[in-house]
Design a protein around this ligand. Sequence first.
Ligand code: L34
Length: 284
Amino acid sequence: MAILISGKEVSAKVRADVRKECEELKAKGIAPGLAVIIVGDDPASRVYVNNKKKACADVGFVSEEYALPAETTQEELLSLIDTLNKKDEIHGILCQLPLPKHLDEKAVINAISPLKDVDAFHPSNVGRIMIGDYHFLPCTPAGVMELIHYAGIDVSGKSCVVIGRSNIVGKPMAMLLLHENGTVTICHSRTKNLKEICAAADILVAAVGRPKFVTVDMVKDGAVVLDVGINRDENGKLCGDVDFDSVEPKASYITPVPGGVGPMTIAMLMKNTLMAAKLQNGLS
Ligand code: L34
């Protein structure tokens, strides 16, 4: 029986810390502000953006939502980002991904001022993470690390396997584990012997985006299993990348979906926005 690492619980603690610091900033006349841009009407993105707005209200941030129609042009989107880059009351800018196909995600990410880039997706922030000299960490991998710390798990010297190599999760996740002296392997769609590599992991992070992809035969006895996936199963029910029911008895620690990494992504966004407000006011 694994110990469940609750993202609900840990995210509430992170948010409580942010709330307290936000009050202190407000006493100095600084009200942290986050702008969230959502283009089109993807229902999952809508849920995540709503959760972000609620979190802002919960910690005391000002939040602005820019809900743009699916037909928005690249020029219109870049022009909005330019306005927000120059707006003093806005410290963090986030453009919810994925964008409709006709829009150029890379150009949009590049347009956000690195100082307001609370996703840490801008190449300059990505580079800073690579060399370990950063202000912002990408929210999802940072949230996974927070869960690992909260559970009291020491990464140093452990065999860590990340399944998935996206710029948003897999690659930075591997880097953060490496920073804590893990011995890190990244697996992906071309990996040979995926099962054997995963089954040797002390710490296994699943970020593939395929429902119940990680089965019990891929997990070592007593492994720590962190599930980044948010999928729908054959019955339309929310599920992770890990086949929770079969893996849970074999793992030492495991995160649930929902209520695991998802709420942490949002809590870390609050932390980054607070940091952005401090940075832009010469306080950090
Ligand atoms: N720019 N785009 C940008 N930044 C991000 O950090 C994200 N991400 C991912 C998708 N696109 C993004 C998110 O916000 C994924 N993500 C995200 C955020 C919140 C939740 C899940 C993913 C979340 O709230 N999950 C809940 C359940 C939500 C539900 O009911 O569907 C959970 O308990 O896991």
